[in-house]
Design a protein around this ligand. Structure first.
Ligand SMILES: Cc1ncc(COP(=O)(O)O)c(C=O)c1O
Length: 387
């Protein structure tokens, strides 16, 4: 039997039906005028979300490809890089730079905490020889549900010439990230999170300062060569065959976004976060991270004592059609994650909290049925001015 599934992951996210429908459009010539128009339209729409006038390029790849593009285009072997890691994706960005032969100085913050900008300032002030060429940082750390204060990290850079490269794969478009106003040099994101389209596109924004670094960077590149990308963009094309269905889908998502201000988009997402956090707390579970650094797209929940995470995820999936994400790496057995971005709404969260209550009760955790749902409902009622 076909039943609705609650895909509550921090990506890929459920896709709105009007966006899904675009995937059946016939393909077009990617070297023709129709594609040129399409590419120009979506690039302008994506720039609005990036809050930038910088160049933005769209690649047929997942988000990790975009991170690799950031490294290979602006750095050279042996370049000193300050990698700030608060979780699995911060580690990944650092690893890419390491693999390409950069001298990575990785600063690790405990999982579940955010980057401390004071420490970044101290590192950069101590770098009298101005050796750091780049600072790698994650906007929204999906593995822990923590959002970094990128504006503060950028301010901590002061007049140090290091480029700031931001992995904004799971945050751009749903939480504020002012590429230009905050002086961010390379910002990477991907399709399957805020943009609510099937995986297969990454986006890379490049500042004028980053272009200067590009001119002397010597890491090898072909597929990711942004110099070639720029030349092709100038004639309304891409170097390689673009992912046409995803770009059609992107056009549709951007129309949805265009109907709202960025502040409205961010406020909606924060509202979904607040409902989720209230529901989780209401049913008696602990949240991994405090309010001030809580991601608006994914909420990490501590697995209570005595509960087997695999059993819980299986029960939710098989008996309630609720798909949540487990923990990653060192948090694998300790947390599970509720994704609340993409084509979801407040009532989906009530359903998930309700399913969690029933599953946990059956597994022996002391839950009073309805308590979590009630707490989540109260956030909705307060918002409606009814409480
Ligand atoms: C913050 C962050 N960075 C990078 C990635 C990697 O993206 P992809 O799986 O699209 O390569 C993800 C994916 O979840 C992510 O959340």
């Amino acid at each position: 039997m076909y039943e609705k599934e609650y895909l509550m992951l921090p990506g890929p996210t459920p896709v709105p039906p009007r966006v899904l429908r675009t995937l059946s459009q016939p393909l077009i010539n990617h070297r023709g005028p129709q594609f040129k128009e399409l590419l120009e339209e979506v690039t302008a729409g994506v720039k609005r979300i990036y809050q930038t006038k910088n160049d933005v390029f769209i690649f047929p790849s997942s988000g990790t490809g975009g991170l690799e593009a950031a490294v290979v285009n602006f750095l050279s072997p042996g370049d000193k890089v300050l990698a700030l890691s608060i979780g699995a994706f911060g580690d990944r960005f650092a690893k890419i730079a390491q693999i390409y032969g950069c001298a990575v100085d990785k600063v690790e913050f405990a999982w579940g905490t955010a980057v401390d900008p004071a420490l970044v300032a101290a590192k950069l002030t101590a770098d009298q020889g101005r050796e750091y060429k780049a600072i790698l940082v994650t906007h929204n750390e999906t593995s822990t549900g923590v959002v970094n204060d990128i504006q503060a990290v950028s301010a901590a850079r002061g007049d140090h010439p290091a480029l700031i490269m931001v992995d904004a794969v799971s945050g751009l478009g749903v939480m504020d990230l002012k590429t230009d106003a905050w002086g961010l040099d390379v910002v990477v994101t991907a399709a399957q999170k805020a943009f609510m389209i099937p995986p297969g596109l990454s986006f890379v924004a490049v500042s004028p300062r980053a272009w200067e670094a590009f001119a002397t960077a010597t890491l090898p590149k072909f597929y990711w060569d942004l110099g070639q990308a720029k030349e092709y963009y100038a004639i309304g094309q891409t170097l390689v065959t673009p992912a046409l269905p995803q770009i059609n889908a992107l056009r549709e998502t951007l129309k949805i976004f265009a109907a709202k201000s960025l502040d409205q988009l961010f406020a909606r997402q924060a509202y979904l976060r607040d409902i989720t956090r209230a529901g989780v707390k209401g049913l008696g579970l602990k949240l991994l991270v405090p309010e001030e650094i809580a991601s608006a797209t994914v909420t990490a929940v501590c697995v209570p004592e005595g509960i087997n995470i695999k059993q819980l995820m299986q029960k939710l999936r098989e008996e309630y059609n609720v798909v949540l994400a487990g923990g990653q790496q060192k948090l694998a057995a300790k947390i599970f994650r509720i994704g609340h971005l993409g084509y979801i709404q407040h009532l989906d969260i009530l359903a998930v909290i309700g399913a969690l209550e029933m599953s946990l009760k059956e597994l022996g955790f002391p839950v009073v049925l309805g308590q979590g749902v009630k707490a989540a409902q109260e956030v909705i009622m307060v918002r409606k001015g009814l409480l």
